[in-house]
Design a protein around this ligand. Structure first.
Ligand code: ZN
Length: 548
């Protein structure tokens, strides 16, 4: 199974797991160079380096696109190669203006020393995938050799192969030496019923519309009105079926869709889940012109009721509770799982909070689906600082979506800077305005440096969240005492655009907080000009949270 992007670390479940923060740990790391060039001298150096690497066939152009917002600007994406084999995660984004370089961001892996001759033949790889998928691979689908950098510092030679059944497409990564399948990605599913609008009440009692389809005498949560297919599946508490699906062992089919015999929906959970994935799609399109998670209208598939509250018992494992009850997660390739919450009377510690259905939290759904936007753009690696940035972007966009649809305020279904506050009560799980409320850092000097939670990706996300909050609202950082002149709530759209542009177009996959500062400042300059209020606000905000 892929790495799951949990909403929160499981350490706070039901009981407070003991032990203070781990100290500094020396970790083996893949050797790489992180590039964030925006000054004249850095740009000259890196322009030369990039052009030399292109000549030496260490970098190849993947695509060059004209800027959708700024005429004359062009974005060039280059991918790293080693002895003719693509290096996964090695990439550079170069922005030019009338031929002059404006910014270069990226990651280049060093020290690759690998025999790029695969031990397996193409036919053997196809046979492995055919055995797993039950589908014969035709001649039009040639497996691609790619190098996967590993956390240990090593590199793995793999084959990437796609296989399609009638229901879906799966992408396999096969170790080119041993034949082991090391990664499976699940693609899109299609069908063709009739579009209808249904109505229902959400979990919190509000009236909603949802886009559904009629199918053999019943109605199913399949949205045929928006450009991509949006499906909401009701797993009916069959957690093993969910796990088999997430592990690529089975496909979800039409009978798995949430259904109702009339257009007045009775179960509020798929009503919320289905409406909110549609809202999230619409936000990205209306605000940023983005067509879905991959900007190419990939299907979004939500799963509700992965478990049943009534099945919760003393023998339920903490993993099942942490994954499927008090959690929501993005599983890759457009798949989101919305947790069940806890029965009334159950709480999590240390804040003694109750948990409603996660589908009822617009910011949580926006957060999880934004992991999909990241997956298909910057692809920020899910560990250490790049992982914290991955989480921060999801918190920022989840919050932006909340402000897009809901009135500002502290009540239920009102927009604020807390995460998940409508379902995790009281207070939610994180705060961008006051991260310390939950023991999370509001300043880089307070960052978690241990190894748990992939290097504190959820904890350290609030450093970026606080910077975003200050850049809009202004105010003083509690740790540094430094104050920020924000762009103001009337201009929050500016900061949404700055962070969206920075994280989806300029950000490399292995970025640090320092790189995040540089790319957001660059994005503010690109959109609003050097010396503009948004550039000043975002610069002051990063300085206030200790990121330089
Ligand atoms: Zn997350």
């Amino acid at each position: 199974m892929r790495v799951l992007k949990l909403l929160l670390p499981t350490a706070i479940l039901l009981s407070l797991v003991g032990g203070g923060p781990a100290g500094h740990q020396v970790r083996a790391q893949t050797r790489f160079r992180s590039i964030a060039a925006t000054t004249f001298s850095d740009l000259r150096t890196w322009d030369t380096t990039v052009d030399r690497m292109k000549r030496d066939d260490l970098l190849r152009a993947r695509r060059t696109v004209d800027d959708p917002m700024l005429p004359g600007r062009t974005h060039e994406r280059l991918e790293q190669f080693y002895q003719g084999v693509r290096v996964f995660g090695g990439d550079i984004a170069r922005q030019t203006d009338g031929g002059l370089t404006v910014s270069i961001f990226g990651t280049v892996y060093d020290g690759i020393d690998l025999d790029v001759r695969p031990a397996l033949s193409i036919e053997e790889v196809e046979a492995i995938v055919e055995r797993r998928s039950g589908v014969a691979i035709g001649p039009g689908r040639v497996p691609e050799l790619v190098i996967l950098p590993e956390d240990s510092g090593g590199h793995r030679l793999t084959y990437r192969v796609k296989a399609f059944t009638l229901q879906e497409g799966i992408e396999y990564f096969v170790d080119a030496k041993s034949g082991a399948i090391v990664l499976e990605l699940i693609g899109a599913e299609r069908q063709a019923p009739t579009a209808t609008i249904a109505r229902g009440q959400g979990v919190l009692g509000d009236d909603k519309k949802m886009s559904v389809s009629s199918q053999s005498g019943t109605f199913v949560a399949s949205d045929m009105l928006r450009p991509p297919a949006l499906f909401t599946y009701d797993a009916r508490g069959d957690v093993n079926r969910v796990l088999n699906f997430l592990n690529g062992r089975i496909a979800l089919v039409a009978s798995d869709l949430a259904s109702n015999s009339s257009t007045t929906w009775s179960d509020p959970v798929p009503v919320d889940g289905h409406a909110y994935i549609g809202d999230t799609y619409d936000y990205y399109y209306k605000r940023h012109g983005r067509r879905g998670l991959d900007n190419n209208n990939i299907a979004i598939r939500a799963i509700v009721h992965p478990v049943r509250r009534s099945d919760l018992s003393p023998s339920t494992s903490t993993e099942i509770i942490g994954l499927f009850y008090v959690n929501a997660f993005y599983a890759g390739d457009g798949v989101i799982v919305m947790g069940e919450g806890l029965p009334p009377g159950f709480f999590t510690l240390p804040f003694r909070q109750s948990w409603n259905f996660l589908a009822a939290a617009l910011d949580v759904i926006g957060h999880e689906l934004s992991h999909g936007v990241t997956e298909f753009s910057s692809n920020l690696i899910y560990r250490n600082e790049s992982g914290a940035l991955n989480e921060a972007f999801s918190d920022i966009m989840g919050t932006a979506i909340e402000f897009f649809y809901q009135p500002v305020g502290g009540g239920v279904m009102q927009a604020d800077y807390a995460i998940g506050e409508d379902v995790v009560t009281p207070g939610g799980i994180r705060s961008m305005s006051n991260p310390g409320m939950f023991g999370d850092p509001d300043h880089y000097s307070r960052r978690f440096t241990g190894t748990s939670d992939n290097g504190g990706v959820h904890t350290n996300a609030t450093i970026g969240g606080q910077a975003y909050y200050l850049a809009i609202e202004g105010g003083t950082n509690r740790t540094s005492g430094l104050s920020v002149q924000g762009v103001g709530t009337a201009n929050r759209e500016q900061m949404e655009k700055v962070f969206y542009r920075a994280f989806t177009q300029l950000m490399p996959s292995n970025a640090t907080y320092s790189v995040a500062r540089a790319v957001t400042i660059q994005a503010a300059r690109d959109l609003y000009g050097a010396g503009s209020a948004p550039e000043r606000a975002v610069t002051q905000a990063w300085t206030a949270v200790g990121v330089n």
